[in-house]
Design a protein. Structure first.
Length: 136
């Protein structure tokens, strides 16, 4: 039997995708463990979702860093502390210049759909609904 995938989730907001992962893991339909949730904002509700579910929650506040490079180094240093197989950027709203270690082991759920799906009203589930509507 394969071992569960160790996830690190980066977010900047409410953590709806994080909650979806938590729900799928509990239901047994996602064979994964969320090792850590990292937010670029201390007020992100996704951190509370993580804490409510016993998942380590860490803030790497983007405002503390002057450049994407310094923020990226701080994020990479935090990620090094955890066993991570897959890095999931789930509404992470900062530029992250990921280290080579994560090339091919990362996915960007949203805002990966920008610039095709952005603008007024395009946030959270509205973006994904717009993608699905376009496909239909």
């Amino acid at each position: 039997m394969a071992k569960p995938i160790n996830l690190a989730v980066l977010l900047s907001g409410s953590g709806r995708t994080l909650q979806n992962f938590i729900d799928r893991i509990r239901a047994g339909t996602l064979d994964a463990r969320i090792q850590v949730v990292i937010s670029s904002r201390a007020d992100a509700y996704g951190l509370e979702r993580a804490r409510q579910n016993g998942i380590p929650a860490v803030v790497v506040a983007s405002r503390k860093y002057r450049t994407p490079e310094t923020l990226s180094r701080a994020l990479a240093a935090e990620l090094e502390k955890w066993p991570v197989d897959l890095l999931v950027m789930a509404g992470f709203m900062c530029l992250f210049r990921m280290p080579d270690k994560f090339i091919g082991r990362a996915t960007n759920i949203h805002p990966a759909l920008i610039p095709a799906f952005c603008g007024k009203g395009m946030y959270g589930h509205f973006v994904h609904e717009a993608v699905i509507d376009l496909r239909d």
